[in-house]
Design a protein around this ligand. Sequence first.
Ligand SMILES: [Zn+2]
Length: 675
Amino acid sequence: MINEKLPKIWYGGDYNPEQWEADVWDEDIRIFKLAGIDVATLNVFSWAMIQPDEETYDFSFLDETIDRLYKNGIYTCLATATGAHPAWMAKRYPDVTRVDYEGRKRKFGGRHNSCPSSPTYRLYSERMADKLGERYKDHPGVLIWHISNEYGGYCYCDNCAAGFRNWLQDRYGDLDKLNKAWNTRFWGHTFYDWDEIVPPNALSEEWNGNRTNFQGISLDYRRFQSWSLLECYKLEYNAVKKHTPDLPVTTNLMGTYPELDYFEWAKHMDVVSWDNYPSLDTPYSYTAMVHDLMRGLKSGQPFMLMEQTPSQQNWQAYNSLKRPGVMRLWSYQAVARGADTVLFFQLRRSIGACEKYHGAVIEHVGHENTRVFRECAELGQELGKLSDQILDARVDAKVAIVFDWENRWAVELSSGPSVALKYVDEVHKYYDALFQQNIQVDMVGVEEELSGYDIVIAPVLYMIKPGYAQKLETFVKGGGTFLTTFFSGIVNESDLVTTGGYPGELRSLLGIWAEEIDALFPGHTNQIVMEQPWGALKDSYSCSILCDLIHAEGAEVLARYGEDFYKGMPVATVNRFGEGKAYYIASSPDAAFLQGLLANLCEEKGIRPLLPRSEGIEVTARTKDGRELLFVLNHQAEAGVVEAGETSYIDLLTDRTLSGAIEVPAKGVLILAQA
Ligand SMILES: [Zn+2]
């Protein structure tokens, strides 16, 4: 449990009373109570208010707010206020502002604007966390610490350049090793002095954000910036922990945000939290995958939904309203996949600046008689009724999909073979094929133990880190099923190609050699022609993006290309290795092929769908104390039916007993426990 003081699914969100006059504060409390809100996140952007100058700290407003909420039964998720530095600090200490990708020194403005290497930022952010820890360590209303906010963005200033050189010295020890790792004899880039190394941005090796002449330095700069921001986080983490060793600490992540290695970050978080902002047209299986990824950051530990909007966003191109029922549906989707909180940004809609059109529990009209509020209040009542029944429940998956940020950076920094190759999209294709069949999946990092899984899928495992090939071999030898795809096993952790034939270190496990890699133009496809019907796979399918031209070297050929000069070469293979099997899919297949393939693999391993598939209805489960809770989520605008068979279930939301063909209302949710 995140904090035993509040043994239910926490409900509430970001609250910014400092943007309002005192006359609305009591009204806020009245309306929060109507909605069943029990947690408010305070102090996210209050640095300038709490510290008006270098010497002065004034916590009186925060004191009063935490007290007022607590007296009314509302707990505080207390942020450390360092998500944006004060204007006076930027003026007096220009080192706190960043240098951007184009090499321009920033002035004061925006948020998430501090240089992670700035001595000033590090000093004052740590001091702020320390003072907050000291002041509120005994306050019964504080449930959890929320360090800073949505860490992200890179800096290219001279302090970061110096920090980068230090980080490189720690990583490589001497310049010979660095020159080899970056292959600097290419284009005569050999470094003879650490000071010759400058950050890779538009002034040096990079352009367009992810195009680079040298993948080695660009990859290391991403590692360094992720590490630097994490160091800033850890300063604050340790500062509050010193005062409150038992209070949990988090910082809000952003799903598949590209710039930070969240598996590394999660090691330093007591609980993962994240901000979920799908668009109305985001595939709901994509949102499900990101929830699973956030749960996977800490090996299945429940996470916090820290932010979502009650209705619309402000920063997307087209900020659609959440249709009636959708806020509730997406809230339960988070809970179904491991969230133990449902929190919003924001509780009251601000009247000025760029988030005034971002949805809120209390809209600009100022009262509770709105559609959005009624939906929030109904959900609040339901979460109260659910009490602690779901808290701490785990997801039991036998299939794992590997996700690795460093691999993603390397794939997306690659110059060739195709700009169309998007790592997250390829991962999602495999995830979706399982999702559509109601098969539970864990999203795991490369450090995760694999022995508990029957099937491990690693799409586009381009970078093989030290020891990972052996780990996969051990998994398959022991009876596991492993699947990987085109453009895998190509490079080591420095993005240097493993010579001796693709897929490098995975070659003997997979029993193939990939001789060449063809990139297909947009709209062009090839065919996957089955050698013979195999389970759910019958005849031929299409594939696109990249086509590896492979030779079977011990692997059995399952399907061959149907077109082009490599017609007849293998496109899908399986290699028996020890007690297990290793599959290679040499191109990016259509959804029908992937669903058939994954159905076959699950069938082989005896992994059954939670319920038979019903179009547009998501089914997933969490288990607590041996009791499985089935979440049935209808994403369609019409009612649907799931076939539950003979088993008799109780719906925790309505207390109805259900079995057989169960109707699920449009945008409806059932939480089914066996009766
Ligand atoms: Zn910097």
